[in-house]
Design a protein around this ligand. Structure first.
Ligand SMILES: [Zn+2]
Length: 101
């Protein structure tokens, strides 16, 4: 006796995988959308890129001043961009973080 049960498996709707990026402050892997993109342009200008569309190298940071402070301490952004980050740039990033927040 054959039981012909057609069990249709419900395919769970999987949300599109968002790329994970590591925060240069706390080092946690997070959804790209919940991080601030810090961009370094070809000209070497470092700024926060709220549009996520600027060209150049990118480092990611949580929308959190604590992470910026950590990044400053551990030189996470320096390591990411392979260049020195001056105090003015950190100040500028802190200001821009406030705008983003
Ligand atoms: Zn973080």
């Amino acid at each position: 006796m054959t039981t012909n049960t057609t069990t249709k498996k419900h395919q769970p709707i999987t949300p599109r995988k968002q790329p994970l990026r590591r925060c240069v402050g706390c080092g946690q892997m997070k959804d790209k959308r919940s991080l601030t993109r810090i961009n370094k342009s070809k000209e070497g200008v470092i700024n926060i890129d709220p549009t996520n569309k600027q060209h150049g190298r990118a480092a990611y940071l949580c929308l959190d001043h604590a992470c910026l402070q950590k990044a400053k301490k551990t030189k996470g952004i320096e390591r990411s961009f392979k260049c020195a980050i001056s105090a003015e740039i950190y100040d500028e990033l802190a200001k821009q973080l406030e705008v983003v927040l």
